[in-house]
Design a protein around this ligand. Structure first.
Ligand SMILES: [Zn+2]
Ligand SMILES: [Zn+2]
Length: 265
């Protein structure tokens, strides 16, 4: 297995394992539905997403970054800046792109249909951070490829960003208790579980806040930041108002959900 794939897999499994142990020892909320069914559903989604992505985008963003470097495409491949600077800027720009994409997926009805699957999870835990519809995964990859081409992001920055985003997404969906003072300090540099949980509220105004996945600055900068849920973290309801039943725990239903008419949803 090439080094890059080993790093990706080790980080994914390592963070998932640490978060699961943390969730067991210090949960933030009690769960409302069967963890086994949710985990089965969400982990099946991971396998399906990886398979679809391999088929739909075999060279992926990192391959495009290498190609751009070879052919001097994109901003950073035209100017000569210190490597550490291009690396850092590329990661920040890619993170901004993910934030803007997330806002777009909430604002455009057809995209919301696809993204809604992420929001139908009725409990939040580390595996919720992996629950994205394959169509969203492919669209995200295309957007990322466009950004990589535009800025000429170095391949190593793309790998670092993807590993980081995967790890922070698992972390910030975690059902873990973090003391308030630590959470406040962490929120200066990272989206914390308490910050992202608000985004999964059943209340639409709360769903349309805290779009960041990695850096918390964009929500503050663009006015989409919300510090606390109205009902508090223990009492807030998670998921979508019109599917507070067993459907979000069924793999077939969640994969079909973007195509269902409103009355079937
Ligand atoms: Zn969302
Ligand atoms: Zn989420």
């Amino acid at each position: 297995m090439p080094m890059e794939a080993t790093v990706r897999l080790a980080s994914f499994l390592g963070v998932l394992m640490v978060m699961s142990i943390w969730e067991y020892w210090a949960p933030r909320r009690s769960l409302t539905v069967s963890k086994l069914r949710r985990w089965f559903c969400n982990l099946c989604v991971v396998f399906i997403d990886s398979f679809v992505l391999r088929l739909a985008a075999p060279i992926a963003a990192v391959g495009v970054a290498a190609l751009a470097q070879q052919h001097h495409w994109g901003l950073f491949n035209q100017v000569s800046l210190p490597r550490v600077l291009t690396f850092g800027i590329a990661i920040v720009v890619l993170d901004l792109a993910v934030y803007l994409q997330h806002v777009l997926f909430h604002a455009v009805p057809i995209l919301w249909r696809v993204h809604r699957m992420h929001h139908t999870d009725r409990d939040l835990d580390a595996t919720s951070g992996l629950r994205f519809h394959p169509i969203e995964i492919v669209l995200s990859m295309l957007i990322k490829v466009a950004v990589v081409l535009l800025i000429g992001a170095p391949p190593e920055a793309v790998i670092a960003f993807e590993v980081l985003l995967n790890a922070t997404s698992i972390f910030n969906h975690g059902n873990v208790y973090i003391p308030r003072a630590v959470d406040r300090a962490l929120r200066c540099i990272l989206v914390t579980p308490d910050m992202h949980r608000i985004h999964h509220s059943i209340e639409r105004k709360e769903t349309d806040s805290n779009f960041g996945f990695n850096l918390p600055w964009w929500d503050r900068l663009f006015g989409t930041y919300r510090a606390e849920p109205e009902k508090g973290h223990e009492r807030m309801v998670i998921g979508q108002r019109d599917c507070q039943d067993e459907r979000p725990q069924r793999l077939g239903w969640i994969l079909r959900s973007p195509f269902l008419s409103r009355k079937d949803f």
